[in-house]
Ligand binder design. Structure first.
Ligand code: ADP
Ligand code: MG
Length: 319
């Protein structure tokens, strides 16, 4: 890489997201200097997107930039944290100025509405991959963990499930993809405000990145409880509902990745309040089941039979 190429990268990443008073020093020195407000914990999460695994190598770079931050924001949402800062490690096979500029445009597009400032990173040469670390604030006692679900709590999810999975299925088959499904795969909406409003209401929460069955399973393991969900109550968009009714393939909404919706548990008397404020945020919430004593997840089909949960989400080391 020539110096001018490094200059390009720096030019794209020195002023991403709004300035914040808690950033003493951002991009440009050996370290960023940051202040966590008194009484708050720093919530930190990191995700890597690898070309060919998490996105197609020829994917629109603006979508790669957007999504690499969206997956981290979804983790902050699932903790009930307020987004604050991000850091970005970018590995590029070569410096393609158009690609970097478009990537930065997608990354900025999502940084701004959440008030997130990019405060540092690293740029290296190698196979295309993107690692983003997100930092947010949450009062320690208000963070919504995975381990608090109680017997009798309702199991709820935001939005709709399986849209990104269906879009990916079509793309892999070389078929045309409904634009609304494609948006769900490439530009997911992290449910940050919903997660924040669920502080003190949800007993346990996770974001659905590896499929509902696997991610709800993490809540059940951490909380040492079981759950029964009613498949007829799963919130499905019309194309996913059609695909499920054609093939009875409940694996699509239960076990395909990249939903970035929230799954949470709450005492029954809080459901109406949560549905109301979710609606005011333009996001639906569906109650899909209930927490029981024991362990494991049971999925009830219409008519009462149990759906065999053969495949429970994506595991990078079990492919
Ligand atoms: P050093 O060699 O001291 O680690 P670098 O040359 O890697 O410094 O980076 C110089 C500055 O540019 C640092 O402040 C670093 O955080 C920032 N930086 C480098 N790459 C990126 C990037 N992709 N996104 C944001 N900031 C970056
Ligand atoms: Mg240094």
């Amino acid at each position: 890489m020539s110096l001018s190429e490094f200059d390009l990268i720096r030019a794209c990443f020195t002023d991403v997201g709004p300035c914040r008073s808690d950033v003493g020093l951002g991009v440009g020195d050996d370290c960023a200097l940051l202040e966590v407000p008194a009484g708050q914990s720093l919530a930190v999460s990191m995700d890597t997107l690898v070309a060919g695994t998490h996105f197609f190598s020829d994917c629109d770079p603006s979508a790669v930039g957007y999504k690499s931050l969206a997956v981290g924001l979804s983790d902050l949402a699932a903790m009930g944290a307020d987004p604050a800062w991000s850091t970005l490690a970018l590995t590029l096979p070569r410096v393609d100025s158009d690609w970097v500029r478009e990537f930065a445009t997608g990354y900025s597009r999502l940084s701004k509405p959440y008030g997130m400032r990019l405060v540092g990173g690293d740029t290296t040469c190698g196979p295309l991959s993107v690692t983003v670390q997100v930092h947010g604030f949450v009062p320690p006692s208000a963070a919504v963990r995975r381990g608090g679900a109680r017997v009798g709590d309702l199991v709820c999810v935001s939005g709709t499930l399986g849209d990104a999975g269906l879009a990916l299925r079509h793309l892999l088959a070389g078929e045309a993809v409904d634009p609304s499904l494609r948006r769900r795969l490439e530009y997911p909406t992290p449910r940050v405000e919903l997660g924040r409003r669920l502080r003190g209401l949800a007993t346990a929460m996770i974001d659905i990145s590896d499929g509902l069955a696997a991610d709800l399973g993490h809540i059940l393991d951490a909380s040492r409880v079981a759950a029964e969900i009613d498949l007829m109550k799963l919130p499905l968009s019309p194309p996913v509902a059609d695909a499920v009714s054609e093939s009875s393939d409940w694996g699509l909404p239960l076990a395909s990745g990249d939903d970035y919706e929230l799954c949470f548990c709450l005492p029954a008397e809080r459901l109406m309040q949560v549905k109301d404020f979710a609606a005011s945020l333009g996001c639906s919430v569906a109650q899909i089941g209930v927490i029981r004593a024991g362990s494991g997840l049971t999925c009830r089909l219409p008519g009462g039979d149990i759906w065999p949960l053969a495949q429970v989400g994506y595991d990078h080391f079990l492919q």
